[in-house]
Every structure is written in C-alpha cells, then in structure tokens.
Write a protein that binds this ligand. Structure first.
Ligand SMILES: [Zn+2]
Length: 267
C-alpha cells in the first residue's frame, strides 16, 4: 500500500502557525496571555465547526460533486450508506438492476462480516463497496489519529477480504470528522467523499420530502446520499429508501442522467 502525501490546507497551516506564534508570544510577552488564549480558543472553535460541516473543505480534500468529465458524460453518483442490510439491500440491488444503474455502497465493516454474501453480491452486480468505518461509532468524529487509523484500517481489511477489491473512498459516520482524519486517509490512500445533496432518509419518514430534497435541481455530476442501513420507515412501515429510489431512478432516466459508481465517475 502506498499512501498519498498529506497536504495541509491553509486552515491547518494557519493553525500550526498560530500555535507556534502563541508559544513564542508567551515567552516574549507573557502578560499578553489572555489575548493569546482567546486566539487559540477561536482557532479551535473554527476547526471544530469545519469538522461538524460535512461538506467543508477546510480540513482537507472532500469530494462533493463528480468532476467535469463526468458532468460532460451526464453522470451522477448514487451513494448508499450503512449497509449491507438483509431486508433492504436485496431490493435496492433489484431496483438498480431494473434501471441499469450503478451505485456506490459505503458499507460498515462489521455489517459486511455479518452479511458477507450480500456484500459480494453488491460487487457481483457491478456496484462498488467503499469504506464507512468498521463499527460506525457515533462518537467517530471525537477519535484521534490512532482511533481513526484503527477503525478505517479494520474496515479496509474487512471489505477487501470479502469483495477482493480495496476501497478507494471513505465516508465518515454522519459526515463528521476532525483535523486528524485527513492525514490518516492520505496514509491509507483513501479519498473523503461527501455529497451534493442528502435526503435525510434515516430520520424523515415522508418519501415525498426525501425525494423532493434529492430531486431539487438534479443535475449531472451530483453525488446523492441514501441509506440501505438505518432506513427510516414510512407510515405503512416500508423502508423510505425503497419508495424514493424508484422515483430517483425514473427522474434520472427522464433527464438522460447515467447513475455510475464514484470510481467510474472520477476515472
Ligand atoms: Zn453512516
């Protein structure tokens, strides 16, 4: 495995500079310590805010849309998180097949271990399996470098062992992270992928709402987020994703948009 070089963003470089300056300032002008402390507090608040904003690029590269070549090919990427799920994923795969669509599944390592056959079936049908951590911790964004590396490497090994293909993209649980994530992703040669729009289909039970969010200004290059795991249920107890996905795929067909994997869309 050969990682890529970690390139700190301007915000990260500024943070290093500020900390060095603060240390020097405390030596040269110790009486200024309140101002120095406030500067550090402000800097940390900014870093935290950037980590709580899934589509932010302040902490490192973050794929929010497919590149221009994919836009020219009228491609979009449907990404499906938190599976595999024995009840939902098989239906999702059938819907995608019916529409000759390809999708990217951000799988949780432990769920992939429990449902190995489903995980291999995803790949057999032409889709991609990518890394969504081994255990999908709710406090994932509070981990440090070692915690990140442990969770992400475990999922890399699990998913590669099951599918035979090493994940190239990573998505953080709920998209939340902190400045220690990007150096780990660089080391593991993974690219952070977020989304253009999400449907909130793990919390919203109304398929009209979820579909409306995803279809609003649907355009080539969009990366859309749905879930086969943790799916919210409609009033008639159907997983929301199964109501929304057919509408989304019909809308793609009507607009001559081709749903492809993130791998294909960024190739
Ligand atoms: Zn998730």
């Amino acid at each position: 495995m050969s990682g890529r070089r970690w390139r700190p963003t301007p915000l990260i470089l500024g943070t290093f500079g500020l900390h060095a300056g603060a240390a020097a300032g405390l030596v040269i002008a110790p009486a200024q310590w309140p101002a120095i402390a406030w500067a550090l507090v402000g800097n940390h608040a900014l870093l935290t805010a950037a980590g709580l904003w899934p589509r932010s690029r302040l902490l490192g590269p973050n794929l929010l849309r497919l590149p221009a070549a994919a836009v020219a090919r009228r491609e979009i990427a449907i990404t499906i998180d938190d599976g595999p799920d024995p009840e939902v994923t098989p239906h999702v795969l059938d819907l995608l097949d019916t529409h000759k669509a390809r999708a990217t599944f951000f799988c949780i390592g432990e769920r992939a271990l429990t449902h190995r056959d489903l995980c291999t079936e995803i790949v057999r049908r032409g889709h991609a399996v990518e890394n969504h951590t081994q255990r999908h911790f709710h406090n994932f964004s509070m981990l440090g470098p070692r915690g990140f590396e442990r969770e992400i490497t475990a999922a890399q090994d699990t998913l590669t062992g099951i599918t035979g293909s090493r994940p190239r993209f990573f998505r953080a649980p709920a998209g939340l992270r902190n400045p220690f994530l990007e150096p780990v992703l660089a080391k593991l040669d993974l690219q952070l992928a977020s989304w253009t729009r999400r449907g909130f289909d793990t919390v919203r039970r109304d398929p009209d709402y979820v579909a409306g969010r995803l279809l609003h200004q649907l355009a080539p290059g969009d990366i859309l987020l749905l879930h086969d795991g943790h799916a919210a249920r409609t009033a008639s107890d159907r997983p929301v994703v199964l109501e929304v996905l057919p509408r989304l795929l019909d809308a793609c067909a009507a607009r001559s948009l081709a749903p492809v994997t993130l791998r294909a869309g960024t190739a």
